[in-house]
Design a protein around this ligand. Structure first.
Ligand SMILES: NC(=O)c1ccc[n+]([C@@H]2O[C@H](COP(=O)([O-])OP(=O)(O)OC[C@H]3O[C@@H](n4cnc5c(N)ncnc54)[C@H](OP(=O)(O)O)[C@@H]3O)[C@@H](O)[C@H]2O)c1
Length: 384
């Protein structure tokens, strides 16, 4: 295994960490982790030098921490740094904090959490937590010796990321979404540089876009990889592109099968500290462009078309559609479009368009928005 660094910490993280959000499950039930399979996978990774495991209160419908505890029996707990996350969505007031934390220790069967994160921070959540006194509470856990290092994972815009980095001097690390398709998304490249500039460790999540960059590649993307001078799997290209950022302390990989663990560990063993050269970076840039060229609607997400008087969430609808065309439809696609899951609601869907044309007039790309909305609605609702 190759190891990297976290500026404020005298311990070297393995270039690949184990993300326990996508453990193997039984009969498609997220709450039923296949514990023998997960144990084998986690122990294989640890035996090959992975020294960090990331879980959270909510993963696998609340059962991931328990599954991880099983895998870390027989001395494995002592071989790694264990990270989990404060379940902000579960608490209503300061009085609930201790109860949630004690539940986590119990589920994890441990008396200490090495790396403790505020989970998925975004603007309103951070403001509420801060007002409830989260920072002094977190510090009390460090003083009691029940947490070693404090950090946060993040899902919001760059400026906001910077303000959280600056809000507290003792963050040791942060965790951000980053992959070669999402370079300037959320914290993004500039956020990573900013956090590293303030001596925070930077942990990367969703390095394969939740698996989308590992699936069967669309033909134009597959061609780019085929034409590259060096032959690598799409997974290896994606991970090596991230490791090329020296600011990155670790890539967290969500692995669902033993084969994936074996492949990703092997990639980290040979490349976890290397950087792509200029020619290789151009290859990845070409793959990114080949994906982007698959987007039918030239929407840049600028939101000049908004607000729509009838509440149609135009840019989000086009994003869902374009992503389906780039990476293929998944069960999540349907949920994102009116399925009540972090996308558009029924009230915001394309059927509410009255073809007033104001959005198209405002669109810098001159997109025929109402025509596209009809087509997109038909395709998205026609998904099986
Ligand atoms: N704090 C937060 O808000 C937050 C949010 C997201 C993630 N995270 C953490 O970050 C970790 C990493 O994110 P992620 O799980 O989204 O990682 P990811 O690497 O982008 O996606 C994981 C998926 O990629 C596929 N995959 C991985 N290795 C592969 C290989 N060698 N060959 C083929 N497919 C492969 C698998 O998909 P299939 O199952 O489809 O095969 C796997 O489930 C998570 O596990 C979690 O610990 C935190």
């Amino acid at each position: 295994m190759q190891y990297r660094k976290i500026p404020k910490i005298d311990w070297k993280p393995s270039s690949l960490g184990f993300g326990a959000m996508r453990l193997p499950i039984i009969n498609g039930n997220q709450a039923k982790v296949d514990i023998p399979a997960a144990t084998q996978m986690i122990r294989y990774a640890i035996n090959h030098g992975v020294n960090y495991l990331d879980t959270a209160y909510f993963y696998h419908n609340g059962y991931a921490e328990q599954a991880v505890a099983q895998a870390l029996k027989d001395g494995y707990r002592e071989k790694i740094k264990l990270a989990t996350k404060f379940p902000a969505r579960e608490v209503k007031s300061r009085a609930d904090f201790d109860g949630a934390f004690e539940r986590q220790l119990e589920r994890l069967q441990t008396d200490k959490i090495d790396f403790y994160l505020l989970h998925g921070l975004h603007r309103p959540m951070w403001d509420e937590l801060r007002d409830m006194g989260i920072i002094p509470w977190l510090e009390s856990k460090v003083t009691d010796g029940r947490v070693d290092y404090l950090g946060f994972s993040f899902h919001d815009e760059l400026e906001y990321f910077k303000s959280i980095v600056d809000a507290y001097d003792n963050w040791a690390f942060c965790q951000v979404h980053f992959n070669y398709m999402d370079v300037d998304y959320q914290a993004g490249r500039r956020g990573i540089e900013y956090a590293a500039g303030k001596n925070l460790g930077v942990f990367i999540m969703e390095p394969l876009r939740g698996g989308q960059l590992a699936q069967k590649q669309p033909e134009p993307v597959a061609k780019v990889w085929e034409n590259a001078r060096v032959q690598r799997t799409p997974v290896e290209w994606a991970l090596r592109w991230i490791w090329s950022y020296q600011e990155v302390s670790m890539i967290l990989s969500g692995m669902s099968t033993m084969e994936q663990v074996i492949e990703n560990v092997a990639i980290a063993e040979r490349s976890g500290n290397s950087r792509l050269n200029k020619r290789e970076l151009v290859t990845v840039e070409q793959a990114r462009q080949a994906y982007k060229d698959l987007q039918p609607v030239p929407c840049t997400g600028c939101r000049y078309c908004m607000p729509c008087e009838n509440s149609v969430e135009i840019p989000v609808i086009f994003r869902i559609y374009n992503e389906m065309k780039m990476y293929g439809a998944t069960p999540m696609t349907k949920m994102l479009y009116g399925g009540g899951f972090w996308g558009v609601t029924q009230e915001q869907n394309a059927t509410h368009c009255i073809e007033c044309g104001k959005c198209s007039e405002a669109c810098p790309q001159h997109i025929e928005i109402s025509d596209w909305l009809k087509k997109v609605h038909q395709e998205l609702t026609g998904l099986k």
